[in-house]
Design a protein around this ligand. Sequence first.
Ligand SMILES: [Zn+2]
Length: 245
Amino acid sequence: MRTAKAPKRDLAAARVHIGGAGRLGTAIALTLHAAGIRHISCNDPQTFEEEQFGCMVFSRRSDLGRPKVHVIDRFFDGRPGIIFEPLVAPNESPKARPLLEKADVIVSAANKLSARLYLERTAIALKKPVVQASVQDGRRALGGSVSVWTPSAGCACFGCLFPRPKVRFSRGEVLPPSVTSAIAAIAAQRVLDLLGGPASPAPNLTIIDLANYAMEAISVKPRPSCKICAAAVTLNRARVIVAGK
Ligand SMILES: [Zn+2]
């Protein structure tokens, strides 16, 4: 079992960018802030709606109609030790590019696969570590996954996992707050791991099954035909952690 180690990089000097300010992106931002990351940027084009009161527990009625990233910005405003840069724009916007270029780690929590793949492709082009946090529709499963790509690690990217990127997701998805919080906490821990030094990203895919309180860590090799990283997927089970099954 690994133990907590002193980070090799000064977390206060590290910059993290989060693509997506929904339930996952918001929870990841709050966890990274609590862990000592002082510079966080986040982009999202959407405005705050009634249904989001549950995931942004710090929000107010006056936030209705405001950009989600501004709602998070207002929460951080005045708190010591945090510089938050909000951007009202989708991942694909050229305005997001400078934030991605400045980031030490890029996190993707977008609600569209195309936006996630765009961020993955851009992170790979910039040679930046990228963490993808995903939650499954609660009507089908209680869990999700966290994948990691880092330069020169020879691991699969998020695109390798989706050989047919035109996957359709059914509408009206259910995202239980307890599940999104658990996935967000694991994603934030991976970010802290990446900032801690040049550790191997393997296993680079973590699958979380909260229905059985099980977590599986897998090393996935690149897929040669991948359109995102042009590289082969071979699953090598690295280790399995099962609790309470
Ligand atoms: Zn790939």
